[in-house]
Design a protein around this ligand. Structure first.
Ligand SMILES: NC(=O)c1ccc[n+]([C@@H]2O[C@H](COP(=O)([O-])OP(=O)(O)OC[C@H]3O[C@@H](n4cnc5c(N)ncnc54)[C@H](OP(=O)(O)O)[C@@H]3O)[C@@H](O)[C@H]2O)c1
Length: 218
């Protein structure tokens, strides 16, 4: 889905350059591959070939296949753990009920991640329902689109809090997310300057009262 596999090939070149042990590799499997174990194995092996590695750290179901039961698709999917093609498995875009069924369905592997859309501007469902369930069940939420594709920089509440801390709005928006238990964020950038700014989101913490302020106003 990402450049017809070219994104994985590019990541593979980077891995060669920086060394396998210095990166945590996550990739995803499209839902239509989940109809049988052979297809799942084939798709994963092709991903690994493009990445130039013998196993991934984490492979996710990109989103649930609506044509199959969650139990059936997760049992087909976990074959990649049994074959040693990944250290961990996870899901993406699963709601709480789907996640619960997935956790109950696995036999050999454990679901460790649910990658979902979560940002200061898109947070109600996650915070009200999904995140409490994940904390209780030791699942990590990976927040995708955590910068709302750059739109957090113009949110007046985020801009206001940022100026109080001497941080940028991007840093506040990401710090807000990772201040929640069991949450990591996966911002994307093609600019070195933006990556450096993103790095400044860690190593400090928003005060509880400011997290609450953001929840009330952003
Ligand atoms: N599982 C799923 O279904 C799913 C769906 C969507 C996305 N994702 C994943 O989530 C990750 C990120 O999501 P996303 O790309 O949708 O959204 P995002 O990270 O919220 O936004 C990326 C955009 O923000 C800009 N940006 C980054 N740093 C910035 C900064 N410091 N200041 C201003 N703008 C900045 C980037 O521009 P520059 O490149 O110019 O910095 C880029 O246009 C991706 O890795 C993607 O694969 C997963």
């Amino acid at each position: 889905m990402y450049g017809s596999g070219r994104a994985e090939e590019f990541v593979g070149q980077v891995i060669k350059h920086v060394g396998r042990s210095s990166v945590f590799i996550t990739t995803k499997i499209l839902p239509d591959r989940l109809v049988d174990k052979e297809l799942v194995l084939k798709a994963t092996r092709e991903s690994l070939r493009r990445l130039g590695v013998s196993s991934a750290d984490l492979v996710l179901i990109h989103w649930p296949n609506e044509e199959l039961s969650i139990t059936e698709q997760v049992r087909n999917f976990e074959v990649i753990y049994e074959y040693g093609l990944t250290r961990y498995i996870g899901v993406s875009n699963f709601d709480t009920a789907q996640l619960r069924e997935a956790i109950e369905a696995v036999k050999k592997a454990e679901i460790v991640v649910n990658q979902v859309h979560y940002s200061v501007l898109t947070r109600h469902y996650v915070e009200k329902e999904l995140l409490p369930y994940c904390v209780e069940n030791n699942i990590t939420i990976q927040a995708y689109t955590p910068l709302e594709r750059g739109n957090v920089v113009v949110n007046p509440t985020i801009v206001k809090i940022a100026s109080r801390y001497g941080k940028t709005p991007v840093q506040v928006a990401l710090n807000y997310l990772i201040s929640h238990k069991n949450v990591v964020a996966i911002p994307k950038s093609e600019s070195i300057n933006h990556v450096q700014e993103i790095l400044g989101a860690t190593g400090w913490r928003l005060k509880l009262e400011d997290l609450e302020y953001i929840k009330r106003h952003a």
